[in-house]
Design a binder for this molecule. Structure first.
Ligand code: SF4
Length: 389
Protein backbone atom coordinates (compact mmCIF):
# COMPACT_ATOMS: atom_id res chain seq x y z
CA UNK A 1 0.00 0.00 0.00
CA UNK A 2 1.43 3.40 -0.86
CA UNK A 3 1.73 6.30 1.53
CA UNK A 4 -1.08 8.35 0.03
CA UNK A 5 -3.53 5.48 0.51
CA UNK A 6 -2.40 5.20 4.13
CA UNK A 7 -2.93 8.94 4.52
CA UNK A 8 -6.51 8.67 3.19
CA UNK A 9 -7.15 5.73 5.49
CA UNK A 10 -5.99 7.68 8.52
CA UNK A 11 -8.12 10.67 7.56
CA UNK A 12 -11.14 8.40 7.06
CA UNK A 13 -10.49 6.93 10.50
CA UNK A 14 -10.74 10.41 12.00
CA UNK A 15 -14.08 10.94 10.28
CA UNK A 16 -15.25 7.70 11.89
CA UNK A 17 -14.36 9.10 15.35
CA UNK A 18 -11.19 7.00 15.71
CA UNK A 19 -8.28 8.60 17.52
CA UNK A 20 -5.20 8.76 15.34
CA UNK A 21 -1.70 8.02 16.53
CA UNK A 22 1.37 10.28 16.48
CA UNK A 23 2.86 8.20 13.64
CA UNK A 24 -0.27 8.62 11.55
CA UNK A 25 -0.30 12.38 12.22
CA UNK A 26 3.33 12.68 11.15
CA UNK A 27 2.52 10.73 7.98
CA UNK A 28 -0.46 12.99 7.26
CA UNK A 29 1.76 16.03 7.75
CA UNK A 30 4.43 14.66 5.39
CA UNK A 31 1.87 13.79 2.73
CA UNK A 32 0.08 17.13 3.06
CA UNK A 33 3.10 19.45 2.83
CA UNK A 34 2.80 19.82 -0.93
CA UNK A 35 -0.86 19.01 -1.38
CA UNK A 36 -2.94 19.70 1.73
CA UNK A 37 -6.37 19.50 0.04
CA UNK A 38 -7.43 16.18 1.53
CA UNK A 39 -6.28 17.25 4.99
CA UNK A 40 -8.13 20.57 4.68
CA UNK A 41 -11.35 18.95 3.49
CA UNK A 42 -11.25 16.39 6.31
CA UNK A 43 -10.67 19.15 8.87
CA UNK A 44 -13.58 21.07 7.40
CA UNK A 45 -15.90 18.05 7.47
CA UNK A 46 -15.08 17.58 11.16
CA UNK A 47 -15.60 21.24 11.87
CA UNK A 48 -19.04 21.16 10.23
CA UNK A 49 -19.93 17.90 11.96
CA UNK A 50 -19.16 19.19 15.45
CA UNK A 51 -19.54 22.97 15.16
CA UNK A 52 -22.16 23.33 12.41
CA UNK A 53 -22.48 26.60 10.52
CA UNK A 54 -21.65 29.22 13.10
CA UNK A 55 -18.41 30.88 14.10
CA UNK A 56 -18.08 32.52 17.50
CA UNK A 57 -16.13 35.37 19.08
CA UNK A 58 -15.96 37.03 22.47
CA UNK A 59 -16.63 40.78 22.56
CA UNK A 60 -14.03 42.06 24.94
CA UNK A 61 -12.22 44.98 26.50
CA UNK A 62 -8.49 44.42 27.03
CA UNK A 63 -7.29 45.53 30.48
CA UNK A 64 -3.55 45.90 30.17
CA UNK A 65 -2.74 45.73 33.87
CA UNK A 66 1.06 45.98 33.66
CA UNK A 67 3.78 45.32 31.07
CA UNK A 68 6.52 44.53 33.56
CA UNK A 69 7.56 40.89 33.16
CA UNK A 70 10.26 38.86 34.87
CA UNK A 71 11.03 36.99 31.63
CA UNK A 72 12.28 37.94 28.18
CA UNK A 73 11.07 36.17 25.03
CA UNK A 74 12.92 36.99 21.81
CA UNK A 75 9.77 37.96 19.90
CA UNK A 76 7.96 40.05 22.50
CA UNK A 77 7.30 43.79 22.51
CA UNK A 78 4.73 43.60 25.30
CA UNK A 79 7.31 43.45 28.08
CA UNK A 80 8.56 46.84 29.25
CA UNK A 81 11.38 47.88 31.57
CA UNK A 82 11.03 50.44 34.39
CA UNK A 83 11.18 53.94 32.95
CA UNK A 84 9.39 52.89 29.78
CA UNK A 85 5.69 53.33 29.16
CA UNK A 86 3.09 51.28 31.05
CA UNK A 87 5.21 50.01 33.88
CA UNK A 88 3.04 51.10 36.77
CA UNK A 89 -0.05 49.02 37.27
CA UNK A 90 -3.39 50.15 35.85
CA UNK A 91 -5.08 51.93 38.75
CA UNK A 92 -8.41 50.93 40.26
CA UNK A 93 -9.86 54.17 38.91
CA UNK A 94 -8.62 53.40 35.37
CA UNK A 95 -10.06 49.91 35.60
CA UNK A 96 -13.45 51.24 36.72
CA UNK A 97 -13.47 53.84 33.94
CA UNK A 98 -12.66 51.28 31.26
CA UNK A 99 -15.26 48.88 32.64
CA UNK A 100 -17.90 51.60 32.37
CA UNK A 101 -16.92 52.38 28.77
CA UNK A 102 -16.79 48.65 27.93
CA UNK A 103 -20.32 48.26 29.21
CA UNK A 104 -21.47 51.12 26.95
CA UNK A 105 -19.82 49.35 24.00
CA UNK A 106 -21.73 46.18 24.97
CA UNK A 107 -18.59 44.20 25.68
CA UNK A 108 -19.09 40.91 27.49
CA UNK A 109 -15.54 39.92 28.44
CA UNK A 110 -13.04 41.76 30.63
CA UNK A 111 -9.65 40.38 29.61
CA UNK A 112 -7.01 41.00 32.30
CA UNK A 113 -3.40 40.66 31.16
CA UNK A 114 -0.08 41.15 32.94
CA UNK A 115 3.53 40.27 32.30
CA UNK A 116 4.93 37.26 34.11
CA UNK A 117 5.03 37.73 37.93
CA UNK A 118 6.27 41.35 37.80
CA UNK A 119 6.77 41.70 41.55
CA UNK A 120 9.31 38.87 41.57
CA UNK A 121 11.74 41.01 39.62
CA UNK A 122 10.79 44.69 39.93
CA UNK A 123 10.83 46.87 43.04
CA UNK A 124 8.52 49.27 41.18
CA UNK A 125 5.79 46.60 41.07
CA UNK A 126 6.34 45.62 44.72
CA UNK A 127 6.09 49.28 45.79
CA UNK A 128 2.92 49.86 43.80
CA UNK A 129 1.21 46.79 45.23
CA UNK A 130 2.20 47.72 48.81
CA UNK A 131 1.03 51.32 48.45
CA UNK A 132 -2.29 50.15 47.08
CA UNK A 133 -2.84 47.48 49.73
CA UNK A 134 -2.25 44.29 47.73
CA UNK A 135 0.14 41.46 48.58
CA UNK A 136 0.63 40.33 44.97
CA UNK A 137 -0.38 40.96 41.37
CA UNK A 138 -2.70 37.94 41.65
CA UNK A 139 -4.50 39.54 44.59
CA UNK A 140 -4.95 42.72 42.56
CA UNK A 141 -6.29 40.67 39.64
CA UNK A 142 -8.88 39.14 41.95
CA UNK A 143 -9.95 42.64 42.98
CA UNK A 144 -10.10 43.78 39.32
CA UNK A 145 -12.16 40.71 38.41
CA UNK A 146 -14.65 41.48 41.17
CA UNK A 147 -14.99 45.05 39.88
CA UNK A 148 -15.77 43.62 36.42
CA UNK A 149 -18.46 41.29 37.72
CA UNK A 150 -20.11 44.13 39.68
CA UNK A 151 -20.47 45.98 36.37
CA UNK A 152 -21.79 43.01 34.41
CA UNK A 153 -18.63 41.99 32.54
CA UNK A 154 -17.17 38.49 32.74
CA UNK A 155 -13.46 38.20 33.58
CA UNK A 156 -10.90 36.05 31.78
CA UNK A 157 -7.40 36.41 33.21
CA UNK A 158 -4.16 35.67 31.42
CA UNK A 159 -1.32 36.38 33.81
CA UNK A 160 1.22 33.67 33.01
CA UNK A 161 2.36 30.97 35.40
CA UNK A 162 0.13 31.49 38.43
CA UNK A 163 0.49 29.09 41.32
CA UNK A 164 -2.27 26.73 42.38
CA UNK A 165 -3.48 28.87 45.30
CA UNK A 166 -3.77 31.97 43.12
CA UNK A 167 -5.58 30.00 40.43
CA UNK A 168 -8.01 28.72 43.04
CA UNK A 169 -8.78 32.24 44.26
CA UNK A 170 -9.09 33.69 40.76
CA UNK A 171 -11.41 30.86 39.77
CA UNK A 172 -14.09 32.35 42.03
CA UNK A 173 -14.42 35.46 39.88
CA UNK A 174 -13.16 34.30 36.44
CA UNK A 175 -15.40 32.30 34.15
CA UNK A 176 -12.30 31.00 32.36
CA UNK A 177 -8.58 31.67 32.26
CA UNK A 178 -5.83 31.49 29.66
CA UNK A 179 -2.22 30.48 29.26
CA UNK A 180 -0.51 29.61 26.00
CA UNK A 181 1.50 26.42 26.01
CA UNK A 182 3.25 27.87 22.91
CA UNK A 183 5.46 24.84 22.39
CA UNK A 184 6.45 21.72 24.27
CA UNK A 185 10.02 21.76 22.95
CA UNK A 186 12.93 22.02 25.40
CA UNK A 187 15.11 22.90 22.40
CA UNK A 188 13.34 26.27 22.09
CA UNK A 189 14.54 27.16 25.61
CA UNK A 190 18.22 26.65 24.75
CA UNK A 191 20.77 29.42 24.12
CA UNK A 192 19.93 31.41 20.98
CA UNK A 193 16.32 30.19 20.95
CA UNK A 194 13.20 32.32 21.67
CA UNK A 195 12.53 31.04 25.20
CA UNK A 196 16.13 31.03 26.45
CA UNK A 197 15.50 33.89 28.90
CA UNK A 198 11.96 32.88 29.84
CA UNK A 199 11.86 30.32 32.63
CA UNK A 200 8.07 30.52 32.67
CA UNK A 201 8.03 29.11 29.12
CA UNK A 202 9.88 25.94 30.11
CA UNK A 203 7.53 23.19 28.98
CA UNK A 204 7.55 21.56 32.41
CA UNK A 205 6.53 24.82 34.11
CA UNK A 206 3.72 25.53 31.63
CA UNK A 207 2.42 21.98 31.80
CA UNK A 208 2.38 22.14 35.58
CA UNK A 209 0.16 25.25 35.48
CA UNK A 210 -2.16 23.58 32.98
CA UNK A 211 -2.23 20.42 35.12
CA UNK A 212 -3.22 22.53 38.13
CA UNK A 213 -6.04 24.19 36.19
CA UNK A 214 -7.22 20.70 35.28
CA UNK A 215 -7.22 19.59 38.91
CA UNK A 216 -9.16 22.75 39.82
CA UNK A 217 -11.60 22.33 36.90
CA UNK A 218 -10.97 25.77 35.44
CA UNK A 219 -12.13 26.15 31.82
CA UNK A 220 -8.85 26.95 30.08
CA UNK A 221 -7.85 28.57 26.85
CA UNK A 222 -4.42 27.49 25.73
CA UNK A 223 -2.65 27.29 22.41
CA UNK A 224 0.43 27.07 20.28
CA UNK A 225 2.60 29.69 18.65
CA UNK A 226 3.42 28.75 15.06
CA UNK A 227 6.59 29.83 13.27
CA UNK A 228 9.03 30.67 16.09
CA UNK A 229 11.67 28.24 14.85
CA UNK A 230 9.99 25.00 15.85
CA UNK A 231 10.12 21.85 13.77
CA UNK A 232 6.86 20.33 12.47
CA UNK A 233 7.37 17.41 14.88
CA UNK A 234 7.64 19.84 17.78
CA UNK A 235 4.37 21.51 16.82
CA UNK A 236 2.65 18.13 16.44
CA UNK A 237 3.94 17.08 19.86
CA UNK A 238 2.67 20.35 21.33
CA UNK A 239 -0.84 19.74 19.97
CA UNK A 240 -0.66 16.18 21.28
CA UNK A 241 0.37 17.48 24.71
CA UNK A 242 -2.78 19.61 24.79
CA UNK A 243 -4.89 16.62 23.69
CA UNK A 244 -3.36 14.57 26.51
CA UNK A 245 -4.15 17.22 29.10
CA UNK A 246 -7.71 17.44 27.86
CA UNK A 247 -8.11 13.66 27.90
CA UNK A 248 -6.91 13.65 31.51
CA UNK A 249 -8.85 16.62 32.92
CA UNK A 250 -11.44 17.65 30.31
CA UNK A 251 -10.94 21.37 31.02
CA UNK A 252 -9.37 22.70 27.81
CA UNK A 253 -12.16 24.76 26.30
CA UNK A 254 -10.28 26.19 23.37
CA UNK A 255 -7.00 26.01 21.45
CA UNK A 256 -5.55 29.17 19.92
CA UNK A 257 -3.39 28.52 16.89
CA UNK A 258 -1.39 31.73 16.64
CA UNK A 259 0.92 32.67 13.82
CA UNK A 260 4.22 34.36 14.62
CA UNK A 261 4.61 37.89 13.28
CA UNK A 262 8.05 39.54 13.64
CA UNK A 263 8.22 42.82 15.54
CA UNK A 264 10.68 45.67 15.31
CA UNK A 265 12.98 46.14 18.31
CA UNK A 266 13.07 42.43 19.09
CA UNK A 267 15.80 39.83 18.59
CA UNK A 268 13.54 38.10 16.06
CA UNK A 269 12.79 41.19 13.97
CA UNK A 270 14.34 39.63 10.85
CA UNK A 271 12.69 36.26 11.34
CA UNK A 272 9.99 35.59 8.68
CA UNK A 273 6.28 35.51 9.54
CA UNK A 274 4.80 32.04 9.77
CA UNK A 275 4.31 30.65 6.27
CA UNK A 276 0.56 30.70 5.56
CA UNK A 277 0.38 27.23 3.99
CA UNK A 278 2.28 25.73 6.94
CA UNK A 279 0.06 27.68 9.36
CA UNK A 280 -3.08 26.34 7.69
CA UNK A 281 -1.73 22.79 7.80
CA UNK A 282 -1.13 23.22 11.55
CA UNK A 283 -4.69 24.51 12.01
CA UNK A 284 -6.12 21.55 10.08
CA UNK A 285 -3.92 19.09 12.01
CA UNK A 286 -5.20 20.57 15.28
CA UNK A 287 -8.75 19.87 14.09
CA UNK A 288 -8.05 16.26 13.16
CA UNK A 289 -6.12 15.67 16.40
CA UNK A 290 -8.96 17.16 18.48
CA UNK A 291 -12.09 16.97 16.31
CA UNK A 292 -14.47 18.44 18.91
CA UNK A 293 -12.18 21.16 20.25
CA UNK A 294 -12.94 24.87 19.84
CA UNK A 295 -10.15 26.14 17.62
CA UNK A 296 -9.41 29.78 16.92
CA UNK A 297 -6.98 31.93 15.01
CA UNK A 298 -6.62 35.62 15.87
CA UNK A 299 -8.12 37.48 12.88
CA UNK A 300 -5.95 40.57 13.41
CA UNK A 301 -2.75 38.58 12.81
CA UNK A 302 -3.91 37.48 9.34
CA UNK A 303 -5.65 40.71 8.32
CA UNK A 304 -5.99 39.91 4.62
CA UNK A 305 -6.79 36.23 4.76
CA UNK A 306 -8.32 35.38 8.14
CA UNK A 307 -11.66 34.41 6.54
CA UNK A 308 -9.91 31.71 4.45
CA UNK A 309 -9.16 29.84 7.70
CA UNK A 310 -12.88 29.13 7.95
CA UNK A 311 -12.29 26.40 5.38
CA UNK A 312 -9.48 24.61 7.23
CA UNK A 313 -11.16 23.85 10.53
CA UNK A 314 -11.48 26.86 12.85
CA UNK A 315 -14.75 27.73 14.61
CA UNK A 316 -13.83 30.82 16.64
CA UNK A 317 -12.17 34.24 16.30
CA UNK A 318 -11.22 34.61 19.95
CA UNK A 319 -11.61 37.88 21.79
CA UNK A 320 -12.18 40.92 19.59
CA UNK A 321 -12.37 44.41 21.05
CA UNK A 322 -14.28 47.33 19.57
CA UNK A 323 -12.51 49.81 21.87
CA UNK A 324 -9.08 48.69 23.09
CA UNK A 325 -5.98 47.66 21.11
CA UNK A 326 -4.45 44.20 21.17
CA UNK A 327 -1.71 45.30 23.59
CA UNK A 328 0.32 42.16 22.84
CA UNK A 329 0.27 42.90 19.09
CA UNK A 330 -0.47 46.65 19.00
CA UNK A 331 0.55 46.98 15.34
CA UNK A 332 -2.31 44.63 14.35
CA UNK A 333 -5.71 46.22 14.93
CA UNK A 334 -8.71 43.93 15.15
CA UNK A 335 -10.98 44.09 12.14
CA UNK A 336 -14.32 45.73 12.91
CA UNK A 337 -16.87 43.26 14.22
CA UNK A 338 -19.21 44.14 11.36
CA UNK A 339 -16.47 43.23 8.88
CA UNK A 340 -15.79 39.94 10.63
CA UNK A 341 -19.51 39.25 10.55
CA UNK A 342 -19.72 40.00 6.81
CA UNK A 343 -16.58 38.01 5.94
CA UNK A 344 -17.88 35.06 7.96
CA UNK A 345 -21.24 35.30 6.22
CA UNK A 346 -19.58 35.37 2.79
CA UNK A 347 -17.81 32.15 3.75
CA UNK A 348 -21.13 30.57 4.78
CA UNK A 349 -20.97 31.03 8.55
CA UNK A 350 -23.07 33.00 10.99
CA UNK A 351 -21.15 35.08 13.54
CA UNK A 352 -22.33 34.60 17.12
CA UNK A 353 -21.09 36.15 20.34
CA UNK A 354 -20.08 33.79 23.13
CA UNK A 355 -19.10 34.30 26.73
CA UNK A 356 -15.40 33.93 27.64
CA UNK A 357 -16.49 30.43 28.67
CA UNK A 358 -17.95 28.06 26.09
CA UNK A 359 -21.37 26.48 26.81
CA UNK A 360 -19.83 22.98 27.09
CA UNK A 361 -18.05 24.20 30.25
CA UNK A 362 -20.91 25.96 32.05
CA UNK A 363 -21.06 23.15 34.60
CA UNK A 364 -17.54 24.19 35.76
CA UNK A 365 -18.78 27.64 36.80
CA UNK A 366 -20.04 28.66 40.25
CA UNK A 367 -23.74 29.31 40.72
CA UNK A 368 -23.43 33.04 41.31
CA UNK A 369 -21.48 33.63 38.09
CA UNK A 370 -23.82 31.38 36.14
CA UNK A 371 -26.84 33.34 37.39
CA UNK A 372 -25.26 36.57 36.18
CA UNK A 373 -24.59 35.02 32.78
CA UNK A 374 -28.17 33.84 32.48
CA UNK A 375 -29.36 37.46 32.46
CA UNK A 376 -27.95 37.90 28.92
CA UNK A 377 -27.80 34.32 27.68
CA UNK A 378 -29.79 32.78 24.83
CA UNK A 379 -31.08 29.22 24.54
CA UNK A 380 -27.78 28.06 22.93
CA UNK A 381 -25.73 29.37 25.87
CA UNK A 382 -24.44 32.28 23.79
CA UNK A 383 -24.97 36.02 24.29
CA UNK A 384 -28.36 37.31 23.19
CA UNK A 385 -28.00 39.52 20.13
CA UNK A 386 -29.51 42.56 21.83
CA UNK A 387 -26.68 42.51 24.39
CA UNK A 388 -23.77 42.66 21.94
CA UNK A 389 -24.98 44.10 18.62
S1 SF4 B 1 5.84 36.85 25.83
FE1 SF4 B 1 5.02 36.99 27.94
S2 SF4 B 1 6.58 35.96 29.20
FE2 SF4 B 1 7.57 36.44 27.25
S3 SF4 B 1 8.54 38.46 27.58
FE3 SF4 B 1 6.52 38.83 26.69
S4 SF4 B 1 5.20 39.19 28.45
FE4 SF4 B 1 7.04 38.17 29.22
Amino acid sequence: MNKLVLNSESLNNVLENKIISRDEIIQIYEDSKNNPNELFSTAQKLRKKFKENSVTFSKKAFFNIVNLCKDTCSYCTYKAEPGEEKTSLMSKQEIKQLLNIAKKYRCVEALFVTGEQPEQRYQEARDWLKTNGFKSTAEYLIHASELAIERGLFPHTNAGNLDKEDLKELQKSNVSMGIMLENISERLTKKGMPHYLATSKKPKARLEVLENTGKLRIPMTTGILVGIGETPMEIIDSILAIRKLHEKYGNIQEVIVQNFQPKQDTLMKNFPSANENYFKIVVALTRIIMPKMNIQIPPNLSPNSYHSFLSVGINDWGGVSPLTPDYVNPEFSWPEIKKIEQDSKNAGFELKCRFPVYPEFFSFIGKELRNKMKEIEDEEGLVKQEYWK
